[in-house]
Design a binder for this molecule. Structure first.
Ligand code: NAP
Length: 355
């Protein structure tokens, strides 16, 4: 595929246009490493003429693009200029693959781009396996980026496999009102646990308690964390699902029971930091409480991907899993959406409706 930089971000107007039989895609290329919050000027939008489809390939048009915290953290590992990474839900608009009919939807790690040619049977790379969406009935296809996609599977496998909670135990979740955290809490309740969350606004905490059935939720920006733990976790903490890292995680891990389990999912509290933060030492708590602390990446369970999706779909249909989405609009607003999510504008999953 040939691509060349043709115009800066602000001039990006058209989504795509057909040229003869060929399709022109647009994609985001990162040209400057992030410093602090991502900026529009860190990117250029590039137009790319796509070739004819080969046997086995499909042409997919993005309908929803995902903005996720890992995008802020991962790009440092890429040589610039680099195509921006990310998951999307796309509609198949042309196909030379009998298993992938025109009109169906796929998810894949296609990046921030409007159109993609891919052979779904070929080697798969990226966070998200290329998956043909099952019929979601009246549910929006965007859920394939949230409760029925990568964050949903992060919650499902991270909690069940790493924390291994037992009924009656207490689970604490940070980043509790986000895509992964709000889902973890609901699975925890289904498993018969006490669930306590920390989130960044009083409204989010109300939502967690009143709508999602969390036993307690605290605004980490306004409470004393140790006092909140004492109030919310009378039997202390058995499982900690860590989405944020930093000092709050040290405080929680010091409040755990012997043989507690910590699923280290992410550390969003530091993703925009220029300097690496220092936190209170954790090793004494880990040693004396004999904690099991395990980091994980959700693609560890790629071979069990459908198990997680189907379990979450069943919970959704049974009314045991609720969701919210923060929907941003317009391909040209991808960076604002990414920054908005990092700032905490979202409750539940942040997605961008492409047009
Ligand atoms: N290991 C894996 O395979 C895997 C997969 C997916 C996600 N993750 C990780 O899971 C975590 C949550 O991801 P997500 O997709 O569900 O995102 P999310 O929670 O939907 O969105 C990010 C949230 O982070 C919170 N936040 C921002 N700055 C913060 C800070 N300084 N301290 C505490 N919270 C802060 C904001 O909520 P507030 O208003 O509450 O601050 C914001 O809404 C991230 O760390 C991500 O990297 C890991």
């Amino acid at each position: 595929m040939n691509s060349k930089l043709i115009y800066p971000f602000s001039l990006a107007k058209r989504m795509y246009s057909g040229v003869g039989n060929k399709v022109q895609a647009q994609k985001y290329v990162l040209t400057k490493y992030f410093q602090g919050e991502p900026k529009r000027t860190d990117f250029q939008i590039v137009k790319e003429e796509l070739p004819e489809l080969k046997e086995g390939e499909i042409l997919a048009e993005a309908e929803y693009l995902s903005v996720d915290p890992y995008m802020r953290a991962y790009m440092i590992g890429y040589k610039l200029p680099a195509d921006m990474i990310g998951g999307q839900v796309a509609k198949i608009i042309a196909s030379r693959n009998k298993k992938y009919d025109v009109g169906k939807y796929v998810t894949g790690s296609f990046g921030w781009r409007t159109h993609t040619i891919v052979n779904p049977d070929g080697n798969q790379t990226g966070m998200l396996p290329i998956t043909l969406l099952p019929d979601l009935g009246s549910y929006p296809v965007s859920l394939a980026l949230g409760v029925l996609g990568m964050p949903g599977n992060t919650a499902y496998f991270g909690l069940k496999e790493i924390c291994q909670p037992k009924p009656g135990e207490t689970i604490v979740i940070t980043g509790a009102a986000g895509a992964v955290g709000s889902h973890v809490g609901q699975i925890g309740k289904s498993l018969g646990c006490r669930v306590v969350g920390f989130a960044g606004t009083d409204d989010k905490c109300q939502y967690l308690e009143k709508e999602l059935g969390f036993d307690r939720a605290f605004n980490y920006k306004t409470v004393n964390i140790r006092a909140a733990l004492k109030e919310g976790c009378p039997k202390k903490v058995d499982c900690y699902f860590d989405n944020v890292g930093g000092e709050i995680s040290s405080t929680i891990m010091n409040y755990m029971n012997k043989y507690g389990r910590v699923a280290v999912c992410g550390s969003i509290s530091s993703y925009n930091d220029v300097n690496v933060p220092k936190v209170s030492i954790l090793q004494p708590a880990i040693v004396f409480k004999e904690l099991k602390v395990e980091g994980f990446l959700v693609n560890r369970w790629t071979d069990r991907w459908d198990e997680g999706i189907n379990a979450n779909l069943n919970w959704l249909r049974e009314g045991k899993l609720k969701y919210q989405e923060k929907v941003y609009h317009g391909f040209e607003n991808m960076v604002d959406a990414l920054v908005g999510m990092l700032r905490g504008e979202n409750t539940g999953k942040a997605v961008v409706k492409v047009k």
